[in-house]
Design a protein around this ligand. Structure first.
Ligand code: ADP
Length: 405
């Protein structure tokens, strides 16, 4: 029997998201999530999707750590006849947030790879440790199986030095590996490729600006299938206004808050990453709620929306200039896929750049990739739902089956 299944694991600091896919037709066999690992109220939600899609099963019980979480997931899968001991399982694909400069491709994890992922912990202290735990636990469960790391930074390693370097003293920057790495790379890769497909053209022939607007948000400029610039930097803090992050800000604000505001570095870190962005501006980070408040005449929400859109527009303009020629702009992730007013406002007034949105097309709700620009527009504006799990599974399976992705 050929092994055609891939388990995708996305291990966060207190959660594990997973999907089991059959790569013969990219179908999902099961999806699920373990939340609040390490707390009294941990929760596992497992949805088997075989046999006509069964009901989700939920368990609420203390799950102490990632190992226990993964064992619980393995039990749930086994209950559906999809156990991790199945010979049909070809590999486990892990989302790894930071791959630094070394990892430009999905990589089978061995001791040397693990060491390198560990070496990157200082530049991704929140993410890489959880990813490492996920890989270790999966290795313990199936030591014979290839564990593949798919890096969030990999797609951005093609950025030229002119985009990747900060204008910071070179010696200091190199000593501490300070440069722009970019994140959400799996999504930017998938969406830029899908956008080319939607236009009926080869990725090599198309220049795309991808706007990944979720709770975290980033933009990328993709020339002929290769990333040439992206808005996140050393960490996911740089760039667009996000749900809870400031995005771009004069770095001297940090000195000011420390020196004049008497805040500690840790307090500022939490402030700019968790308490700023939309939530810091208006108390809400869910775009649905912000739009509802605007409809009711709430000025604070309206200003937060305007700041969000202003930044987005600046990046569209910047990446237009970086690319020189733009064939398409693609909106993706929770906000990009669902919030028609964000898409409309982001390109409003950019007709001179060949950009426009058709109101009727923009208001259609769909899970399919689609164009929302009028026929006359020079640049296609698209909504392209992202699918990071499928991309991770695809890259993982391509690597272990010797197929080109
Ligand atoms: P992440 O993966 O970064 O957590 P998602 O891509 O799932 O985020 O996006 C989550 C965000 O998407 C929510 O915070 C919300 O602002 C937005 N969102 C989700 N659904 C809708 C909707 N129907 N309309 C507007 N915004 C939405």
């Amino acid at each position: 029997m050929t092994a055609t299944r891939v388990l995708v694991l996305n291990s966060g600091s207190s959660s594990v998201k997973y999907q089991l896919l059959d790569m013969r037709d990219s179908s999902r066999l099961a999806v699920g999530l373990v939340e609040r690992i390490g707390e009294e109220t941990s929760r596992l939600k497992h949805t088997p999707l075989t046999g006509g899609g069964a009901e989700p099963r939920e368990r609420e019980e203390p799950i102490a750590d990632h190992e226990q979480a993964l064992r619980a997931v393995a039990d749930e899968l086994a209950a559906d006849g999809l156990g991790l001991d199945s010979p049909e399982l070809a590999a486990i694909g892990h989302r790894v947030v930071h791959g630094g400069l070394k990892f430009t491709e999905p990589t089978v994890v061995d001791d040397a790879v693990m060491k390198e992922i560990e070496r990157l912990v200082p530049v991704a202290p929140l993410h890489n440790p959880a990813n490492i735990t996920g890989i270790r636990t999966a290795q313990a469960l199936r030591p014979d199986l290839p564990q593949v790391a798919v890096f969030d930074t990999a797609f951005h390693t093609t950025m030229p030095e002119s985009a990747a370097r900060y204008a910071l003293d070179v010696k200091t920057a190199d000593e501490h590996r300070v440069r722009r790495y970019g994140f959400h790379g799996t999504s930017h890769a998938y969406v830029s490729r899908k956008t080319a497909e939607l236009l009926g053209r080869a990725p090599e022939d198309v220049n795309v600006i991808v706007l990944h607007l979720g709770n975290g948000a980033s933009a990328s400029a993709v020339r002929g299938g290769r990333c040439v610039d992206t808005s996140m930097g050393l960490t996911p803090l740089e760039g667009l206004v996000m749900g809870t992050r400031t995005g771009d800000m004069d770095p001297a604000v940090i000195f000011h808050l420390a020196r004049v505001g008497g805040m500690s570095i840790d307090e500022i870190d939490i402030l700019v990453n968790k308490k700023s962005g939309l939530i810091g501006l208006c108390g809400d980070n869910d775009m649905r709620e912000i739009r509802r408040r605007i409809d009711e005449g709430d000025e604070e929400a309206a200003l937060a929306f305007d700041i969000y859109i202003h930044r987005l527009k600046k990046y569209i303009g910047a990446y237009y200039a970086v690319l020189g020629r733009v064939d398409a702009i693609a909106f993706t992730a929770g906000v990009g896929e669902n919030a028609a007013p964000v898409r409309e406002a982001a390109v409003a007034g950019l007709e001179e750049l060949g950009l426009a949105v058709d109101g009727a097309l923009n208001s259609v709700r769909s899970d399919e990739p689609r164009l929302i620009s009028p026929e006359y527009a020079r640049v296609a504006v698209a909504v392209v739902p992202t699918d990071e799990e499928l991309e991770i599974a695809d890259q993982t399976y391509a690597l272990v089956s010797g197929r080109n992705a």
